[in-house]
Write a protein that binds this ligand. Structure first.
Ligand code: TYM
Length: 348
């Protein structure tokens, strides 16, 4: 790992099993970045409690999410893999940023509005604050790029605005000419076109999501082959023959053909040519096989990793130490810029 490489940070919430959207939209893209970037990947457990959660599941879901990162090809020798709540600086920077972020910036967030609507009157302040914690996650590591799915674009814009307008412009150190210099790096989103928006199997117009009450709407990375085949068999279709991309009247065809292109490794052009005149009855078994085969190595590595819990603990402990070294340093810079008295015990 070289510090001259651009830095990347991303994370997934440990709320239930990760699905194809999380993999194709995010984690799969992290793997290649390890060759060219200084990569930090965290399991964002503090985000997972912004909606009602089950304490009996949180630790297990956190472990299984970390194990899935590794099973998908994240290499702890090359990447820092850690749990968000193990690095106290995330919560502390979140508070500092809270006090600089206008409330109406948060009230505009689409994801907040959607999730709040589902929860009725029991919406936590944490849910509103979710994107500020996410900004803290990113800004603590001076990340250059943040690889995520399309749904996170608005949150990244917010993180950029907080860094630029609220921190750098107001509290950046003054240069020789009196101009403010950046205190924190302003991150760029890294959203790859393919896989950035995987849609539900039961409704091609809504996003595949962990919170959809209908489990048939998503394929999780740990679904056994029979279940994958069954879910694909039951996936919503339309009455037309032939699969195609880009027809707004046929969102299911676009989504499932896109999944086939990615999971089979054929790419969009070849997949579109192969399936152009294929009926759904022939296409679905092809997609099921491609999905089962793509997930097979991930599931095998996952089983191996879970059979050796000591190894996972070690990876997370090393990740915590590496992440803390960077995060504490950034937090100290922000505390100093905001004018805090350094605490003797903390040596800041
Ligand atoms: P989460 O857990 O909801 O999603 C994790 C990642 O999966 C992507 N994703 C999708 N991509 C394509 N199609 C889908 N249907 C789909 N569903 C989810 C998300 O875009 C995301 O990249 N708020 C973040 C977690 C987070 C984070 C961060 C990310 C917290 N702090 C700092 C980056 C940097 C989230 O959406 O989690």
């Amino acid at each position: 790992m070289s510090s001259t490489r651009p830095r990347v940070l991303s994370g997934v919430q440990p709320t239930g099993a990760l699905h194809l959207g999380n993999w194709l939209g995010a984690i799969r893209n992290w793997v290649d970045l390890q060759d060219s970037h200084d990569t930090f990947f965290c399991v964002v457990d503090l985000h997972a409690i912004t909606v009602p959660h089950d304490p009996a599941r949180l630790a297990e879901d956190t472990r299984s999410t970390a194990a899935l990162y590794l099973a998908c090809g994240i290499d702890p020798q090359r990447s820092t893999v850690f749990v968000q709540s193990h690095v106290g600086a995330h919560s502390e920077l979140c508070w500092l940023l809270n006090c600089l972020t206008p409330l109406n910036w948060l009230e505009r967030m689409i994801q907040f509005k959607e999730k709040a609507l589902k929860q009725g009157s029991d919406v936590s302040a944490g849910l509103l604050d979710y994107p500020v914690l996410m900004a803290a996650d990113i800004l603590l590591y001076d990340a250059d790029q943040v690889p995520v799915g399309e749904d996170q674009k608005q949150h990244l814009e917010l993180a950029r605005d907080i860094a630029q307008q609220r921190l750098n412009a107001r509290f950046g150190p003054k240069g020789p000419d009196g101009e403010r210099m950046p205190l924190l790096k302003v991150p760029e989103p890294l959203i790859l076109k393919e896989g950035a928006r995987v849609m539900s199997l039961t409704d091609g117009r809504s996003k595949m999501s962990k919170s959809d009450p209908n489990e048939a709407s998503r394929i999780t990375l740990l679904d056994p082959p029979e279940l994958i085949t069954k879910k694909i068999k039951r996936a919503k279709t339309d009455p037309q023959l032939g699969l195609e991309f880009g027809n707004p009247e046929r969102p299911e065809a676009d989504n499932l053909l896109g999944l086939y292109a990615l999971l089979s490794g054929r790419g969009r052009e070849a997949a579109a040519a192969e399936c152009a005149s294929m009926g759904w009855g022939s296409f679905k078994p092809l997609l099921a096989e491609a999905t089962v085969e793509a997930l097979r190595p991930v599931q095998q590595r996952y089983a191996e990793l879970r059979s050796d819990p000591g190894r996972l603990d070690q990876v997370l402990a090393e990740g915590q130490a590496r992440a803390e070294a960077v995060a504490d340093d950034t937090l100290a810079r922000v505390r100093q810029a905001l004018g805090f008295l350094p605490g003797p015990a903390r040596n800041r």
